[in-house]
Design a binder for this molecule. Structure first.
Ligand code: NAD
Length: 480
């Protein structure tokens, strides 16, 4: 049992303002495994004041990019040396299968850090001189946007904090992070690595808490930019607050992505990659390929192949490296997914694998049976984000119809095309209105922008475009 009594505010461990605690419950054993102080508005006030002072008066935004990147590089090196420990911690905290924690939960934040460092060092114009309308030299600068308020969900807890922390650090912003109450411990461990790397006081604060504390941070007058990852419903609310206050904001929200399987796809060869793309992190991934599109001619074959893959999933203890599917993060999430499984049957989808109830032989933990439906794109199970191991195979007439169905969604975050013909897949990818598409796999690349079309978000993370979101552009026009 890990017990934290202090909060990391202004780069130091300090006593919390309140006496409340957040208990972290293992999704596998349902036992309390850790507790942290429950952050309050007074803690947010202190954290924002420290971040404001560090931004307005401190060294961090005033260092050269090279000086800052040297500190971030140290942080990145420490991070790299501690990833095994971090992966095990995240599995303990939120039930991600250990193979996924070791492959993605822990290494991807580090890859993000190193990619942002590379962009800052090689591919970012902090200041450039352009030839103006009258031939005069015009200076165009990028300056840090200011104090960032970061609100993150629990599903990939380090990933979703690092995608805000890394660009803040690299650009010279200061940041107040509110992790999700389900996953408050991994960032507490990482906080010490920031101190070890020499990140100055005031630059980073971490205040775990629930929605009310999150909203207090978002509304805070001392915050210049809000970066939010979470549900579309909360994203709409945060966007409205920031719009009213004219704060900068970026929103990474939900998804219902389509995997378009073309007629020439080799189902046997692709099934492991489709398994990863659709069911990673127990299906609790915004980018999960949860709508599987198959032509009418191969529909039964695809349903059988995906069904066979799902019947053979190893569901159980997330600490076991051979586990494909672990427990969902919380009882509330288990109930939500079970409701969708019941709904799919009520609305006439054919249950191919799974169904309601616990997986056989598991009598505790927030597990659900991996479930496959054969359905259509009008069903709620095909339109709404379920956030669990539940997939639906949807038939299409021809490729034009497949693109239409892929686009017939409130969301537009990710997607994939599965075929032997990569050029043709890229042509199809160009026609799908979604932020990131991959061919014969699903992966994002931190050198490229990531984000949502439509209700999947506003703004972009990663790549040069993601770094720019943490800056303001300034133009300096010379005298005549
Ligand atoms: P959520 O929206 O309920 O909560 C996300 C975070 O916001 C939590 O820290 C929560 O405490 C906080 N919060 C809740 N209400 C708030 C409010 N009114 N003001 C400020 N903060 C508030 O989402 P969740 O259930 O924790 O996470 C799952 C969702 O996150 C899914 O919809 C998933 O698709 C999305 N997600 C998106 C991405 C992406 O990059 N697009 C990545 C991961 C997860």
């Amino acid at each position: 049992m890990r017990s934290f009594d202090k909060l990391f505010i202004g780069g130091k461990w300090v006593d919390p303002a309140g006496s409340g605690k957040i208990d972290v419950i293992s999704p596998h054993t349902e036992e309390v495994i850790a507790s942290v102080p429950d952050g309050t508005e007074a803690d947010i006030d202190r954290a924002v004041a420290a971040a404001r002072d560090a931004f307005d008066n401190g060294p961090w935004p005033r260092m050269t990019s090279e000086e800052r990147c040297a500190v971030v590089q140290k942080f990145s090196d420490i991070y790299a040396s501690r990833m095994t420990e971090l992966a095990a911690l995240i599995t303990e905290e939120m039930g991600s299968p250990l193979f996924f924690s070791e492959l993605a939960q822990a290494p991807s934040p580090w890859m993000m850090l190193t990619t942002f460092l590379r962009i800052a060092n090689e591919d970012f114009h902090w200041e450039e001189t352009r030839t103006g309308m009258l031939g005069e030299p015009v200076i165009v600068r990028r300056e840090p946007v200011g104090v960032v308020g970061a609100v993150a969900p629990w599903n990939v807890p380090q990933f979703n904090v690092m995608n805000k922390l890394a660009p803040s650090l690299v650009t010279g912003c200061t940041i107040v992070i509110k992790p999700a109450p389900e996953t408050p411990i991994d960032m507490n461990v990482v906080a010490d690595w920031l101190v070890e790397a020499g990140v100055p006081e005031g630059v980073v604060s971490i205040v775990p808490g629930g929605p009310a504390v999150g909203e207090y941070l978002v509304r805070h007058a001392g915050i210049d930019k809000v970066s939010f990852t979470g549900s579309t419903a909360v994203g709409r609310k945060i966007g409205a607050i920031c719009g009213e206050q004219l704060k900068r904001f970026s929103l990474e929200l939900g998804g219902k992505s389509a995997a378009i399987i073309l007629d020439d796809a080799d189902l046997g060869a692709m099934m492991d990659d489709l398994k990863f793309a659709s069911l990673m992190n127990n299906g609790q991934a915004c980018i999960a390929q949860t709508r599987i599109l198959a032509s009418k001619g191969r529909y039964d074959e695809v349903v059988d192949a995906v069904g066979s893959m799902m019947s053979n999933l190893n569901t159980g203890d997330p600490n076991d490296r051979t586990t494909d599917i672990g427990p969902l993060v919380a009882k509330r999430q288990q109930e939500r997914v079970e409701k969708y499984i019941a709904l799919g049957q009520e609305e006439g989808a054919r249950l191919v694998v799974g169904g309601n109830g616990r997986p056989a032989g598991i009598d505790r933990g927030w597990y659900v049976q991996p479930t496959l439906f054969a359905g259509n794109n009008d069903m709620q199970i095909a339109r709404e984000e379920i956030f669990g191991p539940v997939l639906v195979v949807i038939p299409y007439e021809d490729e034009k119809d497949a693109i239409r169905i892929a686009n017939d969604s409130e969301y537009g975050l990710a997607g994939s095309v599965w075929t032997k013909d990569a050029d043709h897949a890229i042509d199809i990818a160009r026609q799908v209105r979604t932020g990131t598409l991959a061919v014969n796999r699903y992966l994002m690349d931190f050198i490229a922008p990531f984000g949502g079309f439509k209700s999947s978000g506003m703004g972009r993370e990663f790549g040069r475009e993601g770094l720019e979101e943490y800056t303001e552009a300034k133009s300096i026009i010379p005298p005549f």
